[in-house]
Design a binder for this molecule. Structure first.
Ligand SMILES: C[S@@+](CC[C@H](N)C(=O)[O-])C[C@H]1O[C@@H](n2cnc3c(N)ncnc32)[C@H](O)[C@@H]1O
Length: 228
């Protein structure tokens, strides 16, 4: 017998749909007046939603958007949120590459979080990895100047690839030096995967980059390099 999935949410349903995002925009979807400042934070691949919930709870002035491909995870987190008193979270159940490209304007996001993206360890599957130069370029454009991109992984060769991708992005600067990443991230709540890997004694690495330049300044730098 097939199991029926309960799709309706009793109470506040904080899921949003791609068409709504395009039509209404985030201010409206978060219930903010059109001219009110908005501080967008985005958790990509939010899994069980614990990290995103904590981000929203710690600072109610943030507008937290969760993006997750798994329909069931979106539904579960939406059901949990409907029973909470949080009003500053919205969930978008789509592919992250689409969301970053289509759902956010340039220079509009304070921070992006990508915690433990699927590592696709087999060489023949590596092209499916989420963190690749194209996505990072789109993310860096969406960040406000001074905004942050945080990425965590437990897979050493993925960490290497992430490091090179971040290094090569013209708008980003890695905050930690000289290794480019932190061995831990004390000030933030651990994610479910982080707790699992820590329990197994698997080391995790945490990247923190900052959007250092405006898009215009980066173009100017490029033009000067080409001219000289
Ligand atoms: C390894 S889990 C990590 C979950 C959570 N961030 C954590 O640290 O506990 C990776 C999550 O990313 C989601 N995911 C994978 N590819 C995605 C994509 N292209 N767009 C959005 N979510 C994706 C998966 O469904 C899964 O929930």
């Amino acid at each position: 017998m097939s199991r029926t999935i309960q799709r309706e949410i009793a109470g506040n349903d904080w899921r949003v749909w791609p068409e709504e995002v395009r039509r209404a925009g985030w201010s409206k979807l978060f219930g903010l007046p059109p001219d009110a400042p908005m501080r967008l934070h985005v958790d990509i691949g939010f899994g069980d939603g614990a990290f995103l919930t904590e981000l929203a709870r710690r600072d109610p002035g943030r507008s937290v958007v969760g993006i997750e491909l798994s329909f069931k995870r979106v539904l579960k987190v939406a059901q949990r949120l409907s029973r909470s008193d949080l009003h500053n979270v919205r969930l978008l159940g789509v592919d992250a590459a689409w969301a970053v490209r289509e759902a956010f304007r340039d220079e509009s996001v304070e921070s992006f979080w990508i915690n433990f993206p699927d590592p696709w360890p087999k060489r023949c599957h590596q092209r499916r990895r989420l963190v690749e130069p194209g996505l990072v370029r789109e993310i860096s454009r969406r960040l406000v100047t001074g905004g942050s991109l945080h990425i965590a992984t437990d897979a050493p060769d993925y960490a290497e690839a992430i490091r090179s991708t971040l290094d090569a992005d013209p708008l980003l600067e890695i905050v930690q030096a000289p290794t480019g990443h932190l061995g831990e991230r004390r000030e933030l709540p651990p994610t479910r995967f982080q707790r699992e890997w820590a329990a197994q004694g698997r080391p995790c690495v945490f990247f923190h980059c900052r959007r250092a330049k405006t898009i215009a300044a980066s173009r100017m730098g490029h033009a000067q390099r080409v001219a000289s």
